[in-house]
Design a protein around this ligand. Sequence first.
Ligand code: SDX
Length: 433
Amino acid sequence: MGENKNPETADLIFDGKKISLPVRSDNQGQKGIDIRTLRRDAGLVTYDPGFANTASCQSSVSHVDGERGRLLYRGFAVEDLTENCTFVEVGYLLIHGRLPTRTELEKFSALLNRHSMIHEDMRTFFSGYPEGSHPMAVLSAMVVSLSSFYPELEESETEELDITATRLLSKLRTIAAFSYKKSIGEPFVYPSYKLSYCANFLNMMFSSPVTDYQIDPVLVRAMNKLLILHADHDQNCSTSTVRLVGSAAANLYACIAAGICALWGPLHGGANQEVIEMLERIHREGGNVDKVIERAKDKKDPLRLMGFGHRIYKTYDPRAKIAKTICTEVLGKLGVKDPLLEIAMKLEEKALADSYFAERKLYPNVDFYTGITYRAMGFPTDMYTVLFAIGRLPGWIAQWQELKRDPEQKIWRPRQLYMGADHAPFVPMEKRG
Ligand code: SDX
């Protein structure tokens, strides 16, 4: 990462002392105070729970413009990529920093095929899970177990990285499909070298020895677009988790498994499952969205409007716009009439017209409409966050690689403000009452 070329400084005056801290700028006009000498020069630390005002790194992988509702992957607008690329192309772009040539894409796709199976010994792992196990638990455990079967990524050389990246990209999709088949008691469907990434996934998910499953090109296109929408999103919670674990020099499989666990949280990637469960509840209770809006505004009520709000976007999440279009397109082409779509649109309309949401700049985020499309495509609700993880994987790999190559990065070890007891006198067991 480039040294700070910006002569600007920020002066801090505290306790009669003044220190000047260097200020860095990114290429979008965001300036950042470099506080790496703050404790040494002023004895101070910063306090920023949730890191809403803290940049953990410099990155070139993606950029989220929260004010203008823009999302760039390596400089390309997500709208252009969703419209013109496959998910595999975008995965290559994020990991390599440029769109692949036809030859590079064919090579990358061939590697994806070569690595699409999991070791046969791993098949037995699935039978160890009780019925009803959440597929995110299975996914994370299986990914960290890959480190027992495949060598850690020694050097982040291109060749080695491509093998490890395509191994993970391909096997995550296979593990996801196998965990679904296990959950419904159907035999695993193996990946086929004849099928593209998304067609393979749909086939592994929905074909079976007793059905003549036809892969619908409409669903393949929708799957590509939906995975592209989730492919990266600068320093979100799960990406930061991957970076945090990577900063300790843990292997890539361990980092990705940790990222999957963070993504599972209902405030993060788990929200796409929460949205559908919220919409189903509204539908069951008669479709009255006003009650949910009032509850979401009530500070005494823990309920939040799932799929709404975002730490960075203070306008409409561009991915939510695209997801809404995909949703109406897919349901239209499949001839699916889902009352949940109507409820979601009514909820959005009411919330956007309500001052509580307007004042706080709360808009639909990526999770608000995706679940309705997944439902129409036949995915069970507990698989939605798994789909988010499959989409996010190339971004996690790209961010992990960037961290490893960043000379300014070191192990992440934040400070704290200690509010606990001080020099508590020891009380021996017999005197503890
Ligand atoms: C993702 O970071 C990323 O980039 C994430 C992601 C990615 O691609 O990686 O975009 C994916 O995680 C999307 C977000 C999915 N989560 C949800 O949809 C869950 C519902 N949303 C909220 O929990 C919340 O909006 C968060 C978690 C997304 C953001 O939380 P923040 O930034 O910490 O905001 P906050 O809690 O400080 O809220 C600010 C105010 C509060 O009210 P006041 O105290 O000012 O009165 O807005 C309110 C909040 O109570 N608020 C909501 C709300 N979200 C925020 N009120 C009702 N419903 C909501 N959804």
